[in-house]
Design a binder for this molecule. Structure first.
Ligand code: FRU
Length: 501
């Protein structure tokens, strides 16, 4: 109905019907990107988990496919990953067909009801038609539960340097690393996080959906290993969020980088995204960007209220696909994210303005197109204390979403308190979300992605990202900016309509 269409995004993936959470098994092969996802097709709340499936040629426009994996006697199909087994190391390939291997967690409801702690084990399935249909391995589970209540979300990758399959999974308050030659027999190699001092990394909740990968440090010959760990709760602005660690991996063990550890010890937190709505994201396998980086997508919601958001027939969207970069600044290593270049192909009508003097509230753009757009902005900040600014998105109904930068405490923010429907959860808009600025650059630039019910902010070359969702009573159609200082100038503003239909 109308309400559903009002809220369904345009260039973000949503399931046609039913519930969705984590992205699973993302890989690239033969011209296609594959996205599987935690899915309950028969209801709009979390339920018996399946792997839904969608394919794309550009990570932007997705076409939903039949369900890939159904729950069975061994349990619900929880999160996991997929790899392209180019050498047929698993032996599942027949007549030269390259097998795709998915590794996922079985969550057994019977054991859970009997109050067992061994409810979760790891299993595999293979596809001989490039990810469309799957056969579960008869030898499942391939990793039995070792007596740990939360033991899930295997992320497999090919370790080029040490020539083996490496898998990382979440085990309550730590991650565990396994190795394999054939994707069927797994050897436990090491773990990370559990015996760490409490303040090193966030342990506000259970660890989930890890990822481990190697990538080059931008502008150097160096490579480092990146470890993602989602945590729920414990996020920077409440609820679920994804932290990361930078270090080295010797084929068996992850060691946190000394300099990075020092900065962590000083209390700085490293989050993939500081907004409330980006969780359980991991990277695509079998593809790297032209810069040697990875591609990433997350689930654009938060466990604090994901089951309550005001859509009826479907629930939740993924973030846009993002390119992951690893940079080294004066302090330490840091991840940075950019929307994938492929998004540019959908840029439509353009509004461009330069040197806009802002004093008080100034309307920048009045158009229904604002609702689906990509905006590039840049400012020069002469005095960070003084140069606060607030962007406002509004509609005639009086709903308003504000976001911007506050020089007073040097932080970016999103305030969705008056953005429309907020009453479905008392944790949706009880606080203004904030993210401290790392950069001390006198120039501030950013990209704003708007898609009806979501905003994704990429500041300072993507080193601070904030993603949040909102539910206005009618589409937003005015973009304005407000600044208290008299001589605030917006150097550059370019708004491009983005529409994939
Ligand atoms: C993360 C998560 C995973 C689990 C899945 C179940 O959002 O809790 O740890 O595999 O969701 O749907």
């Amino acid at each position: 109905d109308a309400e559903e269409e009002l809220y369904r995004p345009n260039y973000h993936f949503t399931p046609k019907v039913g519930w969705m959470n984590d992205p699973n098994g993302m890989f690239h092969y033969n011209g296609y990107y594959h996205l599987y996802f935690q899915h309950y097709p028969d209801g709009n709340k979390w339920g018996p988990m399946h792997w839904g499936h969608a394919v794309s040629t550009d990570m932007v426009k997705w076409k939903e496919q039949p369900i890939a994996l159904y729950p069975d006697d061994m349990g619900y199909i929880f999160s996991g990953s997929a790899v392209v087994d180019l050498q047929n190391s698993s032996g599942f390939g027949k007549e030269g067909q390259v097998p795709i291997i998915a590794m996922f967690t079985y969550h057994n409801m019977e054991i859970e009801k009997a109050e067992g702690i061994d409810v979760e084990s790891q299993a595999i399935a293979y596809s001989l038609d490039e990810g469309l249909t799957w056969t579960k391995y008869e030898g499942n589970p391939v990793i039995e539960n070792p007596g740990i209540r939360d033991f899930r979300d295997p992320k497999v990758s090919w370790d080029e340097e040490h020539e083996k399959w490496v898998m990382v999974l979440a085990a309550h308050d730590k991650v565990m690393f396994y190795g394999s030659k054939d994707l069927k027999k797994w050897e436990l190699m090491s773990d990370f996080g559990g015996d760490m001092k409490k303040d090193l990394g966030t342990h506000g909740g259970v660890w989930e959906c890890p990822d481990l990968f190697q990538m080059p440090v931008a502008g150097t010959n160096e490579t480092k290993w990146v470890l993602y760990v989602s945590v729920n709760p414990g996020g920077p602005n409440g609820g679920s969020a994804t932290q990361y660690f930078i270090g080295d991996f010797d084929g068996r063990k992850f060691t946190i980088d000394k300099g990075f550890e020092t900065v962590l010890n000083k209390g700085q937190k490293f989050w993939i995204d500081f907004g409330k709505d980006n969780y359980a994201g991991v990277t695509f396998s079998n593809i790297i960007s032209k810069n040697g980086g990875k591609f990433y997508m997350g689930w654009m919601s938060n466990w604090e209220y994901a089951n309550e958001v005001p859509t009826e027939t479907w629930r939740s969207a993924m973030t846009v696909a993002r390119e992951v970069k690893l940079i080294k600044d004066a302090e330490t290593y840091r991840l940075a994210f950019d929307p994938v270049d492929e998004l540019d192909a959908y840029k439509g009508v353009k509004y461009k303005k330069e040197r806009i003097a802002v004093n008080g509230l100034s309307a920048l753009l009045d158009s229904e197109k604002v609702n689906l757009s990509r905006t590039a902005i840049s400012f020069s900040i002469s005095d960070v204390k003084k140069d606060s600014f607030t962007f406002k998105l509004s509609n005639k109904q009086g709903d308003e979403l504000s976001f911007g930068y506050n020089g007073g405490d040097n932080s970016f923010f999103i305030d969705r308190d008056t953005s429309g429907k907020t009453g479905f959860s008392d944790r949706f808009s009880n606080k203004v979300s904030k993210a401290k600025r790392f950069s001390d650059n006198g120039m501030l630039s950013g990209t704003i992605l708007l898609d009806k019910t979501s905003i994704e902010l990429f500041f300072d070359e993507g080193s601070t990202v904030m993603t949040e969702i909102f539910f206005p009573n009618a589409p937003f159609e005015t973009l304005s900016i407000e600044s208290a200082s008299e001589d605030f100038v917006l150097d550059f503003l370019e708004v491009n309509e983005l529409n994939i239909n």
